[in-house]
Structure formats: structure tokens, C-alpha cells
Design a protein around this ligand. Structure first.
Ligand code: NAD
Length: 412
């Protein structure tokens, strides 16, 4: 299955549970608007023609919202899948926003930072008529960051001729970014995990955790869980896995990775360096995929020893693996809930920009906790009532809310 077919399979399961008519299903399953452009950018390596996308999946609940990724493999299918997941995610955590996503087929690792800034500006010029504070609000995603959001804001304001900080989120704090945005995805994931363990009657103390990916999402998650009393037994990055059955200190590992480039540079008599692909074969109670799409296929699903998977990455478990894991009694806290802390604090940023009044980090964290724990409760209640997985329950909740808005608007 390609990425969009995977999301459609989740959407159609929810549609069947909700007894949607074929017409309603058809409207739900396709993006409202698919925008494409070719960006012509004069880079340090000469003029480049770069395919660029903005897929606006559904705006029944509010303006479109979704990040922009720079990746050589970005294409319409992948961006559409991510846009659909954004629509569901915003609805699951009950934000007054729709779902969208953007992408440019561009590999920033092959170019200079100045080139990436020019691509960011070109993207905004291409899509400026269709984005904006009340239309469609972009944000960072893979290989885009706060600095690129800053120049995108600058370019947009030059095009429209007025200040509009809420047209984009994930900005630097100095330009209207929110406190807590950088750590929000992992914070939200940790909050949902804590709520799950409390409901299941499982004590946090010494739960063994293995985390794939030691970047923005994975490294912050490792530190938060370590501080909360979990035992981090393994972390990995693209170069390898670091395994310590007695537990490792993620702060130390982070310092070593910053110096030497990989978590495996921290290997010693108590920390074993293993190949990257071993991360899910190690004994653990909880695993956290925080790196790649489709990291857990039927191969990993058959042997994973953990009872809980927290999906900080988008789409890390294939639909076949999902079914195998459910039948094996493994609980998956799905991406549309587990990593929704990021878009939730993006929403807070948008609210603060509109008010021109800014909140403290503590205020942001308290509001985030309220949304994540309420959303977890709503999803877990549906899962219990309908005897379905948390993923199916989350899709049922999200789709039900989107469909309600579409019905009220008379679109279906
Ligand atoms: P990042 O680029 O900061 O980190 C990615 C990490 O994955 C790096 O440590 C990299 O070395 C590692 N990695 C790459 N290939 C690997 C492999 N084969 N095995 C093990 N590790 C590997 O990215 P991020 O922002 O942390 O995002 C990670 C995932 O979380 C993505 O799926 C992203 O869509 C999702 N996500 C992130 C956010 C956010 O706010 N950062 C929000 C929602 C979802």
C-alpha cells in the first residue's frame, strides 16, 4: 500500500463503524484541493526546478493546518497522506482547524542553508494566495525549522503588505513563536502515555523503554520519560542502536551525540552498540518509534516483546503489522493522538498571535496536558465501548467530528 492508501484504509474502517453512506465516504476520502507548483530557484548549484505541493485535505472544522517538508521523496501521494492524517489529528484533539500538508522535492543536505532559505521564500510566493491566518497555516515538518518559518513569514508579509504572524506556526519566539513548541510533540506523547498507564493500573516506575530515533521527538521523549522514572534501555539513530539493559542516561547520550554525531559513540562496558535495525528486537515494556514511516512491518510485529507502542513518528506501523499487533494484545497509542502535542501547541501559537498576548511556558504545558489527557480519555472510552483498538477509536472520533462539521455546513 502507498502512504495515502494506508490512511484511506484507516478512514474507511472508521467510516464503516460510523455507517457513513457511500457518498459521505467518497467526500471524506479525497482532498478538497490539490495544489502543485514548480519552484524555480537560483541556488549555489545553479537554477533548480523543484516540484512543490500544498494539499488542502479538509477545512470543515476550521482553516487548513499542516507542516511543510523538504525531502527528495516528497510527492503528491505522500503529502496527501500526511494532509489526511492532519485533518484527523486536529479533530481527535478537538482543535478548530482542518488538515493540510506541504512538501518540496528538495534535499537540503545537498545544498547550502542560503539555498534552503530561497526555496522557503519561493514556496510562499507560489502558494501565497491560498495560505493565511484564516485560510491555511503552515508549520515545520521534516527538514524545515523555525528559521525557515521566519523567512516564510517575512516573504508572506511582503507579498500581502501587512503583518500577519498567525499565518505560520513553529516560528522563533522573537517573531511570535510559542513557549514550549520545540518540546510539545514529546511532551504530548509522554502525557498520553502517563494517562494510559494510569487507566491500565500500571506503575510508571522502571517500565523499560526503547526509542527509535534520537532527534527532536525521540531525544526529548527519552529525557522526559527518564525524568519521570521510566528506565530507558535503548535508543537508536540512523547509525545504530545503543543498548543498556540496566538503563541509560539520555542527557549523557545527547551530549555525546552532539559531539560525535551518533548515539553509538556512547558505547562502553555498560552500553552496547548494535545495528540500527535491532531496536525493536530488544526486551522492553514500551517502544517508541520516533523516526521513520513504516518502521514496524509484519516482520517486526511478529516478534516485538513490548506490550505498548507509542507512535511519536507519523505512520510508523503498517496496516498489516497493526492487525498482527492488535491480535497479539499489544496496545498502540496511535500517531493521530500520540504526536498531536506538536499541532496543539502550534494551535496555541496561532491563538497567541491573534491576541498579540503571550503565555508562559507553564501556562502552555497546563493547557497542553488538559487537551492531551481529555483526548486520551475520549479515545479510550470509544475503544472500550466498541471493543476496537485505540487507532480505530481515534479515527472514529476524528472522522465523526469532521463529518458532523461537514453535515452542519450542508456539504454532505
Ligand atoms: P528529526 O529529524 O529531528 O529526528 C529523526 C531521528 O531519526 C534522527 O535521530 C535520525 O538519526 C533518526 N533515524 C533516521 N533513520 C533512522 C533509522 N533507520 N533507525 C533509527 N533512527 C533513524 O525528526 P523529528 O522531528 O524527531 O521527527 C521524527 C518523527 O516524528 C517523524 O515521523 C515526524 O513526522 C514525527 N513528528 C515530529 C513532530 C515534531 O514536532 N518534531 C511532530 C509530529 C510528528
Amino acid at each position: 500500500m502507498n502512504p495515502f492508501e494506508q490512511i484511506q484504509s484507516h478512514l474507511s474502517k472508521a467510516a464503516a463503524t460510523l455507517n457513513l453512506t457511500p457518498e459521505e465516504q467518497a467526500v471524506l476520502m479525497e482532498p478538497q484541493v490539490k495544489r502543485e507548483a514548480t519552484l524555480t530557484v537560483e541556488t549555489s548549484k545553479g537554477v533548480q526546478s523543484l516540484p512543490a505541493y500544498r494539499i488542502q485535505f479538509n477545512d470543515a472544522r476550521g482553516p487548513f493546518k499542516g507542516g511543510i517538508r523538504f525531502h527528495p521523496a516528497a510527492d503528491q501521494n505522500e503529502v496527501t497522506a500526511l494532509a489526511a492524517a492532519m485533518a484527523v489529528k486536529c479533530a481527535v484533539v478537538n482543535l478548530p482547524l482542518g488538515g493540510a500538508k506541504g512538501g518540496v522535492a528538495f534535499d537540503p543536505k545537498q545544498f547550502t542553508r542560503e539555498d534552503a532559505l530561497l526555496v522557503a521564500r519561493a514556496y510562499v510566493r507560489a502558494f501565497a494566495p491560498y495560505i493565511g491566518v484564516d485560510k491555511d497555516i503552515p508549520a515545520p515538518d521534516v527538514a524545515t525549522d523555525a528559521g525557515l518559518m521566519a523567512v516564510m513569514l517575512d516573504e508572506y508579509e511582503a507579498v500581502v503588505g501587512h503583518k500577519e504572524p498567525g499565518m505560520i506556526t513553529g516560528k522563533p519566539i522573537a517573531l511570535g513563536g510559542s513557549q514550549g513548541r520545540a518540546t510539545a510533540t514529546a511532551e504530548g506523547g509522554a502525557m498520553v502515555l502517563a494517562a494510559y498507564l494510569e487507566r491500565a493500573g500500571i506503575a510508571v516506575d522502571s517500565q523499560k523503554v526503547a526509542i527509535q530515533g534520537f532527534g527532536n521527538a525521540g531525544a526529548v521523549m527519552a529525557k522526559l520519560l527518564h525524568d519521570a522514572g521510566y528506565l530507558i534501555v535503548a535508543v537508536s539513530d540512523s547509525q545504530g542502536t545503543l543498548y543498556a539493559p540496566q538503563g541509560l542516561d539520555p542527557y549523557q547520550v545527547e551530549a555525546i551525540k552532539q559531539e560525535s554525531g551518533s548515539v553509538i559513540a556512547a558505547a562502553d562496558s555498560e552500553h552496547e552498540a548494535l545495528p540500527a535495525e535491532t531496536i525493536f528486537t530488544l526486551p522492553a515494556d514500551i517502544i517508541v518509534p520516533a523516526a521513520l514511516d513504516n518502521a514496524i512491518t509484519e516482520v517486526e510485529a511478529a516478534t516485538i516483546s513490548a506490550g505498548i507502542i507509542v507512535e511519536l513518528a507519523n505512520n510508523p506501523v503498517t496496516p498489516t503489522a497493526d492487525e498482527i499487533l492488535f491480535s497479539r494484545g499489544v496496545t498502540i497509542i496511535p500517531d493521530v493522538l500520540a504526536n498531536a502535542g506538536g499541532v496543539t501547541v502550534s494551535y496555541f501559537e496561532w491563538v497567541q498571535n491573534r491576541q498579540q498576548y503571550y503565555w508562559s511556558e507553564e501556562e502552555v504545558r497546563d493547557k497542553l496536558r488538559a487537551i492531551m489527557t481529555d483526548s486520551f480519555r475520549a479515545v479510550a472510552d470509544i475503544a472500550e465501548r466498541r471493543h476496537v483498538s485505540l487507532r480505530e477509536a481515534a479515527y472514529v472520533l476524528g472522522v465523526e467530528r469532521i463529518i458532523e462539521a461537514m453535515r452542519l455546513r450542508g456539504r454532505i
